[in-house]
Design a protein around this ligand. Structure first.
Ligand code: ZN
Ligand code: ZN
Length: 336
């Protein structure tokens, strides 16, 4: 089968590899579409501690069941399904403690920039959903990143009607904004990049330009928010954004930052205003299910986020397009 193999930083090669063989508790799935995620881009450009080349990237995918293991009694027909790339074990200490997104014994699916992947029964039973007729398959690939956005919203303890500032309106920032809008929150998306601001506007979100002096002016204006979500990796913004959070509100580090760095935080806000600095990583089964419902009910709105589609043979071009700020989300078409 064809596979796009990440062979070194900046290198993705189309190779012919063996089609995986399933056991009795697995499905073999033919991948139709797979979105390029921020993590894939980061890995391609700079490397990633979780992905050592050679390996296959891609985890935001839709596909059809090609073969069913003997122990799986359900029949799946010719429909397309969206799959969570991992699911928690529900049994470990972290799962029981209530943080399934950080489960240490997750069931995984291997990289999906390839024609076929194996899906463990746990995912087939709990986190695989049939893509509805009126939802384009490329839009359904947004289920996983939206699940991460929904998890971030929950971690920031945001409730219906809250006033929220999302700093960084790349694909993840935008998904957070769209999910917040669906909760009837008062959302403002901020970025320094003109294309990103336009993209947010195009999705019907109120925006704020933070370029040049404008961020400082905004900070001095006295405006405040129930929650501020930092959806980029700019650690110096943490201290600058803290004064914008209302008492008992939250400032969330949603964007991934490297290990072994430090950021400054004025303790005044943490102590006297009881602002909580929280983090968010990944998603759980519950978030994935919720994301599937939100996308299915609003597929037209979410379709605006898909900027480009490329075939698997042009995947390297797809990665280049995905690094261009003019594009929001790039999806790779793997098979019909
Ligand atoms: Zn992703
Ligand atoms: Zn677990």
């Amino acid at each position: 089968m064809k596979a796009a193999v990440y062979t070194a930083i900046g290198q993705i090669e189309l190779k012919n590899i063996d089609t995986p063989k399933i056991n009795d508790d697995e499905l073999l799935v033919k991948v139709e579409m797979c979105g390029i995620c921020g993590t894939d881009i980061k890995t391609f450009l700079k490397g990633h501690h979780m992905f050592t080349p050679p390996c296959i990237l891609g985890h935001e995918f839709v596909g059809k069941v090609a073969e069913t293991g003997k122990n799986i009694s359900k029949s799946f027909g010719a429909s397309s399904y969206v799959f969570a790339p991992y699911i928690e074990c529900e049994k470990c200490e972290t799962c029981i403690k209530g943080a399934p997104e950080l489960c240490k014994n997750k069931y995984w699916i291997d990289g999906a920039f390839t024609e076929y992947v194996k899906v463990p029964v746990q995912i087939a039973q709990r986190a695989m959903f049939e893509v509805l007729q009126d939802c384009p398959k490329e839009t359904a690939t947004l289920t996983e990143p939206l699940a991460c956005a929904i998890h971030g919203i929950n971690r920031a303890r945001i409730t219906c009607g809250n006033k929220v500032l999302v700093v960084g309106s790349g694909p993840m920032g935008l998904l957070i904004c769209l999910a917040l809008k669906k909760m009837n929150c008062d959302v403002l998306a901020a970025d320094v990049d003109r294309y990103r601001i336009d993209a947010a506007k195009n999705c019907g979100i109120d925006t704020k330009d933070f370029s040049g002096e404008k961020f400082e002016e905004f900070r001095q204006s006295g405006i405040s928010f129930d929650s501020v979500i930092l959806a980029n990796d700019q650690k110096d913004l943490v201290n600058k954004l803290l004064p914008l959070v209302k008492p008992c509100g939250t400032l969330e580090l949603f964007g991934g930052m490297p290990k072994n760095i430090t950021f400054e935080a004025d303790p005044y806000y943490v102590h006297y205003r009881q602002v909580d600095i929280v983090g968010s990583f990944g998603f759980s089964e519950k978030d994935f299910r919720k994301a599937f419902t939100v996308i299915s009910e609003n597929s037209q709105l979410f379709s605006r986020m898909i900027s480009q589609k490329v075939g698997i043979k042009d995947i390297k071009k797809g990665f280049e397009l995905a690094t261009d700020r003019k594009n929001i989300k790039v999806v790779v078409k793997i098979s019909e």
